[in-house]
Design a protein around this ligand. Sequence first.
Ligand code: PDD
Length: 282
Amino acid sequence: GTVYLNGEYLGADEAKISPMDRGFLFGDGIYEVIPSYQGKMLGFGAHIERMNNGLNELEIKLDYSADTWRKICNDLCEKNQGDNLGIYLHVSRGADTKRAHGYPTNITPTVFAFAFEIPAEPKSDIDSATTYTVSLEQDRRWQRCHIKSTALLGNVIHYQHGAAAGNKETILFNRLEEITEASSSNVFIVKEGVISTPPLDNQILPGITRWLIINILHSYSDFNVQERIISKEELLDADEVWITSATKEVGPVVKVNGKLVGDGKPGAVWQQVQSLFTKHKF
Ligand code: PDD
């Protein structure tokens, strides 16, 4: 496929970056993943805003406007074709001449982007939905999970623990046994009709899908949505559990550590929420 690197469009195997790039040496960078269906991006503005927040927090100075990013994303969709594409954006602090921890001054950020195939838009049908079995374990990542850093080793290890147990995701809880998020998703539970998700703080990524879901549900008065601390016990006792991300949308979890969630099928609230999401997401 065709990728974007520092202002140029190149074949993926022609694109080269320096091994002295701080993204390579330190994981010193920020990334985003934006879904695009039939050429229409989902949550574009919110994804760019979150990336800019991350860049500001890391003091990486990059003068790309939202319009510049939009053009890069549209170009990549056009050059790579496909109805269902994820667009990966990556900004690292750049390449230095030496390896030193401190932020160097006067280096230019490295900007890389590519498009990749993703599954078709999730459906809200109970019998044909993509469902998720998950592991549950203690969150051993760092204290800055609100930054969408390219340094994902902690997340990767958690994901792999789930995969080794035959699961598709790993849900995490902190040392107080409060649910944080999953290795690459946010978490929601439903109990007796009440929809809950952990509050935004340094322990979780402020997911764009999470934000879209909450906004959509707030626009209907018939949902009780709470951003609050959720204990591990509550998750294990929930009627429904969902994991959310750009490509999963509202992903129904049917098993946690081998134990069925509810009757082991996507729930009735899930079906309502995924269909409202489908209706209002763009
Ligand atoms: N992951 N939490 C973590 C740790 C994530 O990595 C992601 C997304 C989310 C969900 O965020 P959003 O709704 O904005 O996609 C939550 C992306 C898709 C990835 O790493 O591939």
